[in-house]
Design a protein around this ligand. Structure first.
Ligand code: PEP
Ligand code: CO
Length: 451
């Protein structure tokens, strides 16, 4: 057990970004009901993920984390889950073929229902209401009823997380077969790209590799392989995370049983804050977002607090600087962590530092800025004698138009056609797969590939 930690010690620390409920009795009784429900994940799955992440920290695997910025209750539908899983598995096939190493697959899924907001109130035409904080808390519509933080949403979120993961588990148990066969993927976008020859070469290579494997083992490879898939979400809403955490039988520590891999957001990572206090005592692997305001000494302190035993696989630093800032900000962080002898995974989130608004106020990101931040991350780690351990994307399996650029050259004028995100813009399935094509080369060139 972490020193001086109790499951409720976070309550005496300041907590940023929390919902304000108007009926504490209703909240408390809901949290108690939540606590009695069966877990969504198990402690042995969590430990398995930690072992795989320990391999990432040694350069033996690569971490792929991706999914919606914010899941909605209405996203709990078979075809949406199916499409999201499919694109993640296709990306992972590309990365493992291109990079020559196994991939740890983690979705931002089955619980990514809470969002930090820049202001706790929203005012429209002189009317002020609580901001939308994600379906875990309230609803997007601008009415007093919809914006009231309603504890019933906590149970609904837990149920939908569980239904989502149940469906994912069934799909994977059933083989989700053709994932290793690019011939059945929808790759129409490749022809639209200036880089078509490069992509086609990679696809041909993958086809040859899957034919070779099928012939060698005498059966479809997909029939033989089981695919591990893990869930993650931002551990933002502390009463919820606390209620779904427990000390499992035969374990010597507390686990967050609502997800395999909670991460702490850039706005809630204060070293004396409630989020760090809660998660330092939880045994799951923990992600920490690292934005431009992070100071090297602060990062070292933060990792030491969260990971008293310097346990391999425990801490993933998810760096989100922006393409313009990463070259100046990342190297001092890497050097400070290395000097302190800390064992962490470096992951790149090339999404959150590259968001901008168009003239009409639509939030978007440019494909090239995302790619540039990633390429710089690979290069910086290589130059400093280390390696990038993983990538973190906001993406969807749908054909949305939220991010400009990519093979089809989406422009700002295209955004209105199929813009569906309530919060941050996501790569659509083609852009996500294209990103995997583009980074698989860097992965092969990265020094950890020689491990
Ligand atoms: C997010 O991942 O959706 C998010 C809010 O990120 P950050 O904490 O890095 O701003
Ligand atoms: Co986001």
């Amino acid at each position: 057990m972490a020193k001086n930690w109790t499951p409720t010690s976070w309550k005496s620390r300041p907590a940023q970004q929390q919902a304000e409920y108007d009926d504490p009795v209703e909240l408390e009784s809901t949290l108690q009901r939540l606590h009695r429900l069966p877990p969504i994940v198990t402690s042995w799955e969590i430990e398995k993920l930690k072992r795989q992440l320990a391999e990432v920290s040694r350069g033996e695997r690569f971490l792929l984390q991706g999914g919606d910025c914010s899941e909605r209750f209405s996203d709990c539908q078979a075809h949406l889950i199916d499409a999201k899983l499919k694109v993640l598995l296709q990306m992972s096939a590309v990365l493992s073929y291109g990079g020559g190493k196994r991939v740890v697959r983690v979705g931002r899924i089955a619980g990514q229902y809470a969002k930090p907001r820049s202001s706790s109130m929203e005012t429209i035409d002189g009317v002020s209401l609580p901001s939308y904080r994600g379906d875990l808390v309230n609803r997007r519509e601008f009415t007093p009823q919809a914006r009231r933080p309603d504890p019933a949403n906590l149970i609904e979120a837990y149920a939908r997380s569980s239904m989502t993961l149940n469906f994912i588990r069934s799909l994977l148990a059933g083989g989700f077969g053709d994932i290793h066969h690019p011939e059945v993927w929808n790759l129409a976008f490749v022809k639209e790209s200036e880089r078509a020859p490069e992509y086609e070469q990679l696809i041909e290579g993958m086809k040859a590799a899957s034919r070779f494997l099928d012939a060698t083992v005498g059966r479809e490879v997909s029939e033989l392989s089981t695919v591990d898939f893990f869930t993650s979400h931002e551990g933002l809403h502390l009463p919820y995370e606390h209620a779904v955490s427990e000390l499992p039988p035969l374990r010597d520590g507390w686990y967050d049983m609502g997800t395999h891999f909670p991460w702490i957001g850039d706005r809630t990572r204060q070293i004396d804050g409630a989020h760090i206090e809660f998660f330092r005592g939880i045994r799951n692997p923990i992600g920490v977002k690292v934005g431009p305001s992070m100071d090297p000494a602060e990062l070292v302190d933060l990792v030491r607090v969260l990971d008293e035993h310097n346990e391999p696989g425990r801490i993933t630093l998810i760096v989100r600087m922006g393409a313009e800032r990463i070259a100046a900000r990342l190297p001092p962080l890497i050097e400070a962590v290395r000097r302190a002898g800390l064992n962490v995974i470096w992951c790149s989130d090339p999404m959150h530092g590259n968001t901008y608004s168009t003239a009409d106020g639509t939030k978007t990101r440019h494909f090239d800025a995302i790619l540039s931040e990633l390429q710089q991350a690979f290069a910086i780690h290589t130059e400093l004698g280390g390696f990038l351990g993983g990538v973190h994307f906001e993406m969807t399996g749908q054909d949305v138009t939220e991010i400009v650029g990519g093979a089809r050259g989406l422009t700002e004028a295209d955004l209105a056609r199929a813009y569906d995100s309530d919060v941050d813009p996501r790569l659509n399935h083609e852009q996500a797969l294209e990103m995997a094509f583009l980074i698989s080369r860097h992965l092969r060139a990265s020094p950890s590939a020689q491990v």
